[in-house]
Design a protein around this ligand. Structure first.
Ligand code: ADP
Ligand code: 5GP
Length: 197
């Protein structure tokens, strides 16, 4: 059985990662989204096990000490982590796994999976980012401020990524992202065929 590829999607809060991911999943077959764990409280409409697995700090720390995370990090004052077993099971099944994680987590994953493809999504400018984040209506003014402050530093890490996609217009950015995914999947399939010869 051919193993799947691992994709990492990062970018500042509110840049449009979730929005682009939803389009991407309709256009690229064989993708599997890894549902992260977090100690952040659910937003209105978020369901445990759908957007995230919501844990308290004690549960999260137990998972850390039991070595259950492929990566984990503190982001905007909360803990977030990716379960190792979920990712490994999906890759073994030949599915291409998408992690939507921050830059600290991305670098941890790249160390363990050097073949993973890292994509960073940037806003056209910081004013537009602020508009999107406040327009989404999910953040109180304090957390909005933290997320915007962190955005500048996060964007400086984009140079460690394989691809940087500007999310100006949803359709344009989604098409670019789709092409990146399809071409990376094609590349890995070609190299696997080659291995069989
Ligand atoms: P993230 O997952 O990166 O935190 P979201 O996908 O939740 O960001 O997007 C934040 C807000 O910006 C949402 O209200 C979304 O509808 C909007 N948005 C996303 N992409 C664009 C875009 N290209 N142009 C305008 N608004 C956008
Ligand atoms: P939010 O609270 O807006 O859902 O997510 C905040 C940030 O946490 C996002 O920008 C996202 O990249 C990051 N994040 C989500 N899940 C994980 C994870 O499992 N690990 C890491 N390191 N970061 C994550």
């Amino acid at each position: 059985m051919k193993k799947g590829r691992l994709f990492i999607l990062s970018g500042p809060s509110g840049v449009g990662k979730g929005t682009l991911r939803h389009v991407l999943f309709k256009r690229v077959p064989g993708l599997s989204y890894s549902i992260s764990c977090t100690t952040r409280k659910p937003r209105e409409g978020e369901i445990d096990g759908v957007q995230y697995r919501f844990l308290d700090e004690r549960e999260f720390e137990y998972y850390v000490s039991a070595g259950k995370f492929l990566e984990w990090a503190r982001v905007h004052d909360h803990l977030y982590g990716t379960l190792r077993s979920d990712v490994e099971t999906e890759l073994e099944k030949g599915r291409h796994v998408v992690l939507e994680i921050d830059v600290q987590g991305a670098l941890q994953v790249k160390e363990k999976f050097p073949d993973s493809i890292m994509v960073f999504v940037v806003p056209p400018d910081l004013e537009e980012l602020e508009k999107r984040l406040s327009g989404r209506g999910t953040e109180k003014s304090e957390t909005l401020k933290t997320r915007l402050l962190n955005a500048k530093e996060e964007i400086t890490f984009s140079r460690s990524y394989d691809y940087v996609v500007v999310n100006d217009k949803i359709e344009r950015a989604a098409s670019e992202l789709t092409e990146i995914f399809k071409s990376e999947i094609r590349k890995s399939e070609r190299s696997k065929d080659h291995d069989l010869l």
